[in-house]
Design a protein around this ligand. Structure first.
Ligand code: SF4
Length: 348
């Protein structure tokens, strides 16, 4: 049984059924591992006082976060290479904020969504991460790298909603106040727009925030950039987001990520269509200048002036726009820019 992926209720159930123990020892396990970062959790007082239990748990419990193999720091942003038990690897990114930090998590090795602007997509899907490989990225950031992680964004490698059951379970572990204790409102799940899974995420009533990687304002362009649009076109996404406004399972207001690419999605008509799409959604647009992978794409980054002009045009339409400014923040960007060489990927 892997501690990093076992929710409290299951631990209690297991300890009761097998050892006649329960909440006290389950809480102690979760507190030691996930709140205090103690990998030698069976040496904690609760288990020193119950040596027979500790010996038995020592036989059946495992604690196997990914191994932090390499880190690279640029402008305060730290990229972490997490080596998995089968030799594959994923990246996570620590982004410093004022007084705390945000961690960008990966959910898959590779990705099958095939977005054209994304290096991870070109890898194809190797496999889904396990719950422990997701929660272990936070454990590493907090207890190996000693970073004060407060916010989590599922924007790393992979499409989180393509590994939905695992992500839901991971969020359950990450939000447990006995352990990692990340508030649901401090968690953002970013998706390319798997509409059915967005509804399932809302139905899970976890109270997390949703970000939609939009990147185009018309179906033709979006399908060119993101093949998933053929399955879930913009009208379906808009309808899905509208229906969620009445839903309590996700926090109100959606973040629309928009990677600006010169000559592709940066026209005046795009501004108008984006305004129409955003209408009634209580949306914030996250404007991200495209960050090309060297020699790996024919897509072109916009100039600062072009980004500014697009930003101003959106604001003039009354849209709420956020823009990432620093090179460091651009390393996070939207899902899809994480695995690029230009963003300093640690993956070979
Ligand atoms: S942008 Fe995200 S969803 Fe698209 S291929 Fe890349 S990792 Fe997958």
């Amino acid at each position: 049984m892997e501690i990093l992926e076992t929710p409290y209720a299951e631990l209690v159930h297991h300890l009761q059924g097998r050892y006649g123990k329960g909440a006290f020892h389950a809480s102690a396990l979760i507190r030691e591992v996930m709140a205090l970062g103690n990998p030698r959790f069976l040496e904690a007082k609760a288990f020193r006082d119950s040596p027979v239990l500790a010996a038995a748990l020592g036989e059946e419990l495992c604690f196997t976060p990914p191994v932090v193999e390499e880190t690279v720091c640029r402008e305060g942003v730290v990229k972490v290479l997490n080596r998995l038990s089968d030799g594959l690897a994923v990246e996570s990114v620590v982004i410093p904020m004022k007084g705390y930090a945000t961690l960008c998590l990966s959910t898959q090795v590779g990705c099958r969504m095939g977005c054209r602007f994304c290096r991870t997509g070109r890898m194809g899907l190797r496999r889904n991460l396990t719950v422990a490989e997701i929660t272990g990225q936070l454990w590493n950031a907090r207890f190996v790298l000693k970073r004060p992680i407060r916010n989590l964004v599922f924007m790393g490698m992979g499409e989180p909603l393509d590994n939905l059951d695992t992500v839901l379970r991971a969020i359950g572990v990450l939000t447990d106040v006995r352990g990692f204790s990340v508030g649901p409102r401090r968690i953002t799940v970013s998706t390319v727009g798997l509409a059915d899974e967005i509804r399932q995420l809302a139905d899970a009533t976890l109270g997390v925030r949703l970000a939609l990687s939009l990147n185009a304002s018309d179906d033709r362009t979006r399908s060119r950039l993101m093949p998933v649009n053929n399955r879930y076109p913009l009208a379906v996404l808009k309808q899905t987001l509208e229906s969620l406004r009445q839903h309590t399972g996700l926090k109100e207001g959606v973040l629309l990520e928009y990677v600006l690419i010169r000559g592709i999605n940066d026209q005046v008509a795009d501004v108008k269509r984006l305004a129409a799409f955003s209408h009634g959604l209580n949306a914030t647009i996250n404007l991200i200048p495209f960050n090309p992978s060297r020699g790996e794409t024919e897509l072109v980054a916009p100039s600062d002036g072009e980004v500014n002009a697009f930003h101003e045009a959106l604001a003039a339409e009354g849209l709420h726009v956020r823009r990432r400014w620093s090179q460091g923040e651009a390393m996070l960007a939207a899902c899809g820019q994480l695995g690029s060489r230009a963003s300093g990927s640690l993956l070979s």
